[in-house]
Design a protein around this ligand. Structure first.
Ligand code: ATP
Ligand code: MG
Length: 721
C-alpha cells in the first residue's frame, strides 16, 4: 500500500487534507462531504507514509460505535492491527487516562463511573441531608448547575459567593457533592473530562509523556466540543501544531450541553499556522434531499456559509405524511418499511429518527406486532433498566463498598427491613464525619446505635456484599454476574413480581449474564482494570450497545442527536410538529431555535436515497393529548422537493389532486376515501387509503372499535354504509 492507493479514493480537496505535512488543520465542510473519510485516510497516511506507529495516534470520535468503525476502516485500508491506537470518545479516553493514573488524579484505584441517573440520586440525597427545599432548588436544576460548572472547568472552590441566596445554596450543594464523590470514589461524566484535564495540566511529566506519545491528534465533529474538551486538546498539542480537526458549524447540536461552536474560531486563533480545507461535494444524498437540506439551513444566520452540491441525480422527492395520531404515524412508517423489505431492502439501511426518546414506544410496538426486528439506540437503554441497574449496583459494591450511589440503590432491594429512619441516621452520620455509607453502617453497628432488628438486617446486607466478593474470586466475568444476580436475591424478587413485567426483568438479568459472556475483554488495553471494572465502566459509558443481537438485520431507531455522523438509505423523520420539533423551549428562544434547525439539517442529511417526514394531527405524549401544528421546518423545505401523501378521513379537498406514485389515493372504483364501510368482524369504519391494483388491491380502514387495519379487497367482506 503506497501513497497513491491511500489517496486515490478521494477528491482533490480531500487529498490535499490527507497528504498535507504535519500542521494544524481545519477541515470545514457540510454533511456527507467526506470529513470522516478524510480523517480515516489521514490516519492511514501517518501510519504508512510518515511511518508512525499506531501508538502515536490519538483520535476522538463522537460515539463508541464510530470509534470502532474508524479503527476497522484503518485496519482494512492498511491490513494491520491498530489495537494500540488510542481512539474513542472524549469520555472514554479521559476514563482511560484516569484509570492509568488514578493516583496522580487523586482518585482511588477502585473509582466507579456513574451515569446521570446515579448523579441525580446523589443530588437528591444531598438536598435532603442539607435540608434544602427541593421545590426552590429542583434536583435536576442543581445537577445541571454542577455539570455546567464542570464543563467550564470550574470547581466549587473557584466560585465566589456573589451575595445571591439562591446561588449560595447551589454553591453549597456543589461543594458537598464534590466531597461526597471524592469520599465514595465516584466520578460523573463531566468529572471524567475535568479530572483528565487537571491531571495533564498539573503533572508536567505526564503531560510531556503524552505530548510525545501522541504525535498526531485527530478530532471528528469538532463543532460539538465543549470548553474543557478543547482545553484538553490544547494541552496535548499547542506548540506542536499537530491537531487535525474536522467539523461543520451547521451541525452543532449540543449547545444545550455546553458545546461551543466558537471553538472553531478559537482554533483559528490558537493555531496561527493552521490550514483550512473546505469540501463541497456531497457523496451521500440524492439531489432533492440535498437541496432540501441546503435551503432549510439557509434560514439560520451567522453561518460560516457553505453550499453542497452532488453529482448524483435528483433522486426521489421527499415524502410528507400527515397522520391522524401517533398510532397512525407508526402504522404508516412500519408499513413503508415492510414494503422496503419486501422489495429486497435491508432493515439496517432504515432509520426512524425522532426528537425525543419517548416517541420510540409507538414504533416499537408496531414493529413488534409485525415481527420486524429493530434496535433502539439510547432511550431507556438496556443498562438503564431498573433491574439491570440494581444488578450492576451489587457488582459495583462488591468491587468498591464505598460506592454510595450503589449502596443507596440496593441496601433495601430486595426489602430486608432496613427502614427509612435507619437510613436517615446513617446519612447524617456519614455527612457529619465524612464517611462513606458503608463506613457509617459499620460505625453504627459497632456503637450499637440500632434497634436489634435493624441491626440484624443491616449486618446481613454488609455480610452479603463481602460474601459476594469472596464467592466470586477467580470466577470468569459471566460467572460472577450470574452468581451476583442470584445470590443478591434479585432473580427471586422479580420472579415473584406479577405478570409479564417480572418475567421480562428476569429475562433482562439473564441477558446481562449473556452480555458479560460476550464482553470483549481487551486485556492489552485494559490498563490496570479488572475485567469486572471494565465491564462496569462499559455499562456506564456505552449504555444501549448490547440490547439487540447485533448480527441481526434490524431497523434502527434513535434520536436525531444520536444519528449524527451516520447515514442510511431510507430515513423517517417523525413527529415533525411545533412543540416537539422544534421543541417547546426552543420556540421562544432564537438561539435554541437555530440549534433545532441545525438538528433538522442533521436529520435530513442522514438520508441517502429516500426521506419521509411525518407529523400527527393529534398526539398523546407524556400522557397528554395535543393537537399540534406541523413543524415550521416543513414549510422551510421547498414545496417542489416534497411529495405530499395525504389521507384523511374527512378530506375537504378534491382527492384526485393528491395522488402519489407510491400510494394511489382516492377512488378505487369501489371505495372512496372517507367512505363509511362495515366489516362483519370489525364493525364500522372509514376508508383511509387504498394501495395496489386488481388482486393486490388493499384498503386501509379506521374501524371505530377495532382501530386501523389494512385489508385485501379481494377477501375482505365489506359493505358500504
Ligand atoms: P457528516 O457531516 O454527516 O459526518 P461526513 O462529511 O463525515 O458527513 P462521510 O461520512 O465521511 O461524510 O462521507 C459520506 C459518504 O460519502 C460516505 O458514504 C463516504 O464513504 C462517501 N464518500 C466520501 N468521500 C468520497 C469520495 N471521494 N468518493 C466516493 N465516496 C465518498
Ligand atoms: Mg462524519
Amino acid at each position: 500500500m503506497d501513497a497513491s492507493s491511500i489517496i486515490s479514493p478521494l477528491n482533490d480537496a480531500q487529498r490535499l487534507a490527507v497528504s498535507a505535512p504535519s500542521q494544524a488543520m481545519l477541515v470545514l465542510a457540510g454533511a456527507g462531504s467526506g470529513k470522516t473519510r478524510v480523517l480515516v485516510h489521514r490516519i492511514a497516511w501517518h501510519l504508512r507514509i510518515n511511518r508512525l506507529s499506531p501508538q502515536n495516534i490519538l483520535a476522538v470520535t463522537f460515539t463508541n460505535k464510530a470509534a470502532r468503525e474508524m479503527r476497522n476502516r484503518v485496519e482494512d485500508l492498511l491490513n494491520i492491527s491498530a489495537r494500540s491506537m488510542w481512539i474513542g470518545t472524549f469520555h472514554g479516553l479521559a476514563h482511560r487516562l484516569l484509570r492509568q493514573h488514578a493516583k496522580q488524579a487523586k482518585l482511588p484505584e477502585t473509582f466507579q463511573v456513574m451515569d446521570s441517573d446515579d448523579q441525580l440520586r446523589i443530588v437528591k440525597r444531598l438536598l435532603k441531608a442539607m435540608n434544602i427545599d427541593d421545590t426552590k432548588w429542583p434536583p435536576k436544576q442543581v445537577q445541571w448547575f454542577i455539570n455546567a460548572q464542570k464543563e467550564e472547568g470550574i470547581r466549587a472552590r473557584h466560585m465566589a459567593d456573589n451575595g445571591d441566596f439562591f446561588h449560595r445554596q447551589m454553591l453549597a450543594v456543589y461543594k458537598a457533592y464534590e466531597e461526597l464523590c471524592d469520599r465514595s470514589g465516584l466520578v460523573d461524566f463531566a468529572e471524567l473530562l475535568l479530572r483528565a484535564h487537571e491531571l495533564l495540566r498539573d503533572n508536567d511529566d505526564l503531560l510531556n509523556f503524552y505530548r510525545q506519545r501522541f504525535q498526531q491528534v485527530h478530532v471528528d465533529e469538532f463543532q460539538d466540543t465543549n470548553t474543557i474538551q478543547y482545553a484538553w486538546l490544547r494541552l496535548l498539542t499547542e506548540g506542536n501544531d499537530n491537531l487535525f480537526v474536522v467539523g461543520d458549524d451547521d451541525q452543532s447540536i449540543y449547545g444545550w450541553r455546553g458545546a461551543k461552536i466558537e471553538n472553531i474560531f478559537s482554533f483559528q486563533r490558537h493555531y496561527p499556522g493552521h490550514q483550512v480545507v473546505r469540501l463541497e461535494q456531497n457523496y451521500r444524498s440524492s439531489g432533492h434531499i440535498l437541496k432540501a437540506a441546503n435551503i432549510l439551513i439557509a434560514n439560520n444566520d451567522s453561518r460560516m456559509g457553505k453550499e453542497l452540491w452532488t453529482e448524483a441525480g435528483e433522486g426521489e422527492l421527499l415524502s410528507l405524511y400527515a397522520a391522524f395520531n401517533e398510532q397512525d404515524e407508526a402504522y404508516f412508517v412500519v408499513e413503508k418499511i415492510r414494503q422496503w423489505v419486501r422489495d429486497g431492502g435491508l432493515r439496517s439501511d432504515v432509520a426512524i429518527l425522532y426528537r425525543s426518546n419517548a416517541q420510540s414506544r409507538q414504533f416499537e410496538e408496531r414493529l413488534m406486532t409485525t415481527g420486524t426486528p429493530y434496535r433502539v439506540y439510547g432511550g431507556l437503554r438496556f443498562f438503564e433498566r431498573m433491574e439491570i441497574k440494581n444488578a450492576l449496583a451489587y457488582l459495583r459494591l462488591s468491587a468498591n463498598p464505598h460506592d454510595d450511589a450503589s449502596f443507596e440503590r440496593v441496601v433495601n432491594t430486595p426489602t430486608r427491613g432496613i427502614g427509612a429512619k435507619t437510613l436517615d441516621d446513617m446519612r447524617i452520620l456519614a455527612r457529619e464525619q465524612a464517611l462513606s455509607l458503608w463506613q457509617a453502617s459499620i460505625a453504627m453497628l459497632d456503637q450499637n446505635r440500632l434497634p436489634a432488628r435493624a441491626a440484624t438486617a443491616l449486618r446481613g446486607f454488609l455480610n452479603l456484599i463481602v460474601q459476594l466478593g469472596k464467592d466470586t474470586e477467580g470466577f470468569a466475568l459471566y460467572e460472577t454476574v450470574k452468581h451476583v444476580v442470584e445470590a443478591s436475591g434479585l432473580i427471586d424478587l422479580y420472579k415473584k413480581e406479577k405478570q409479564d413485567k417480572g418475567e421480562t426483568r428476569v429475562e433482562n438479568l439473564e441477558e446481562l449474564v449473556n452480555a458479560a459472556k460476550l464482553f470483549d475483554y481487551d486485556s492489552e488495553n485494559a490498563e490496570n482494570m479488572s475485567e469486572l471494572d471494565l465491564f462496569l465502566t462499559h455499562a456506564a459509558l456505552e449504555a444501549g450497545e448490547m440490547q439487540a443481537d447485533s448480527d441481526e438485520d434490524c431497523v434502527q431507531l434513535m434520536t436525531l442527536h444520536s444519528a449524527k455522523g451516520l447515514e442510511f438509505k431510507l430515513v423517517f423523520m417523525v413527529g415533525m410538529e411545533e412543540g416537539l420539533f422544534p421543541s417547546q423551549q426552543a420556540t421562544d428562544d432564537p438561539g435554541r431555535l437555530q440549534e433545532e434547525r441545525r438538528l433538522c439539517y442533521v436529520g435530513i442529511t442522514r438520508a441517502m436515497q429516500q426521506l419521509y417526514l411525518t407529523y400527527a394531527e393529534s398526539r398523546r405524549l407524556y400522557g397528554k393529548d395535543s393537537y399540534p401544528r406541523p413543524s415550521r421546518f416543513l414549510k422551510e423545505i421547498p414545496a417542489e422537493a416534497i411529495h405530499e401523501i395525504r389521507m384523511r378521513a374527512n378530506v375537504s379537498r378534491p382527492v384526485a389532486s393528491v395522488g402519489t406514485p407510491t400510494t394511489k389515493l382516492g377512488s378505487t372504483g369501489k371505495y372512496r376515501l372517507g367512505q363509511s364501510v362495515r366489516h362483519e368482524k370489525f364493525g364500522e369504519g372509514v376508508v383511509l387509503q387504498t394501495e395496489g391494483e386488481g388482486e393486490q388491491e388493499r384498503v386501509q380502514i379506521n374501524f371505530r372499535n377495532a382501530g386501523i387495519k389494512w385489508l385485501m379487497l379481494a377477501y375482505a367482506k365489506l359493505d358500504t354504509v
